[in-house]
Design a protein around this ligand. Structure first.
Ligand SMILES: Cc1cc2nc3c(=O)[nH]c(=O)nc-3n(C[C@H](O)[C@H](O)[C@H](O)COP(=O)(O)OP(=O)(O)OC[C@H]3O[C@@H](n4cnc5c(N)ncnc54)[C@H](O)[C@@H]3O)c2cc1C
Length: 337
């Protein structure tokens, strides 16, 4: 365990936050030992994967940061064109997807290039390009910090929802995910209906797309649309896309021409939070070292020396202005620590 360590390399906002204690966990034994330590008992704790969905609020985290660094991927053939792949929480998500794509296992290719680690993927049921983690999820293996027991969670236990799960709500902070099992296919059924995937494949000159083509197309689109945290600090979408009843959407449509809505189940409609933020006049706006990205209104950026509080205050101003203009409450997707 190390003391007074900067978390700058461990959060994609690039915030220079100091942590009182940092422990890197590479196996269960290390975690069990850590649980017996005095630091575990007396300090506030947070688990970090890649820190790509976190906002540290203070310059000093007076507690224990647990960095998940356990590794390992194993594959079990289930027959009938299906495999069960088990991946350790500390595996890098993008490398894991690349590995599955290279092996010809389909299911996660639309989730290419999402930053972070495998263990965090279930926390907010990561999603992109028409696929969510829950679509390929089998079960996960977790450490209960309250009892010290190991527990398996199946899909039905996880309460997966749009950018949410039981680990972000009822059980927030209680379980440390150690590994995740996925069911993937050895035959390929492309899912190209979302965004500009078909257009990008056309640009690439691909007529009959394979798994690798779709992964490459999505990676190309993401590179062109989203700021790279290595170049400019950010945590991807700062807010979730709000979901409203269709009657609310119809009222909004009458008042605001061009408002985009995507029908969901139970007579609800998902609105594009980025559009609302842009219409409220925030796209490209900068105050000090915090700003809304020039191309992506849903992405807040740290131009260099912003603090967690600066980013938080800026986000709250955006939230208030969208509420005043549209009567819609934006909910943060990012985890505040
Ligand atoms: C440029 C960019 C693009 C993005 N695009 C997308 C996207 O398309 N779709 C999407 O869904 N997300 C996206 N994100 C958000 C982010 O990549 C995902 O939420 C990712 O799963 C976070 O992984 P992480 O390891 O960095 O998690 P962290 O930020 O380290 O942690 C996130 C939360 O999970 C908890 N946690 C982490 N690991 C564990 C564990 N092993 N056990 C228990 N709790 C844990 C943390 O305490 C925290 O509350 C994007 C982020 C960026 C920066």
């Amino acid at each position: 365990m190390r003391r007074n360590i900067t978390l700058k390399p461990h959060n994609t906002f690039g915030l220079d936050v100091m942590a009182a204690y940092v422990a890197s966990i590479s196996d269960l034994r290390g975690l069990e030992q850590l649980r017996k330590s005095g630091v575990w008992q007396s300090e506030r704790r947070v688990v970090l994967g890649g820190g790509s969905n976190c906002l540290f609020m203070d310059d000093y985290f007076e507690g224990l940061v647990i960095l998940m660094n356990n590794k390992g991927v194993s594959v079990q053939d289930l027959g009938n064109g299906r495999v069960c792949v088990s991946a350790a929480a500390g595996e890098d998500w993008t490398s894991f997807v690349q590995r599955m794509v290279a092996a010809g296992y389909s299911g996660v290719e639309n989730l290419s290039m999402i930053p972070g680690k495998v263990g965090a993927a279930p926390i907010q049921n990561i999603g992109a390009y028409g696929v969510e983690l829950k679509d390929v999820f089998h079960k996960l293996h977790a450490f209960d910090t309250q009892t010290g027991q190991l527990v398996d969670f199946e899909s039905k236990d996880c309460e997966f929802a749009y950018r949410s799960s039981i680990f972000k709500t009822t059980f927030k902070g209680r379980f440390i995910i150690l590994s995740v099992d996925f069911i993937l296919q050895t035959t390929y059924q492309p899912n190209l209906n979302y965004g500009a995937i078909r257009l990008e494949l056309e640009h690439m000159g691909v007529v009959i797309p394979g798994i690798q083509d779709v992964s490459t197309a999505i990676s190309n689109i993401r590179r062109s649309k989203l700021p790279d945290p290595m170049q400019i600090g950010n945590a991807g979408s700062f807010f979730k896309n709000p979901v409203v009843h269709e009657l609310v959407f119809h009222d909004l449509q009458r008042e605001f021409r061009g408002i985009a809505g995507f029908p969901e189940k139970d007579k609800t409609v998902k609105l594009a939070a980025g559009w609302l933020i842009e219409q409220a006049g925030w796209k490209g706006k900068r105050v000090g070292d915090v700003g809304v990205h020039q191309q992506q209104a849903l992405v807040l950026v740290n131009y260099g020396n912003a603090t967690g509080r600066d980013i938080f205050s800026f986000a709250m101003e955006i939230q208030q202005s969208v509420r005043e203009k549209f009567g819609i409450q934006l909910e943060p997707e990012v985890n505040f620590i």
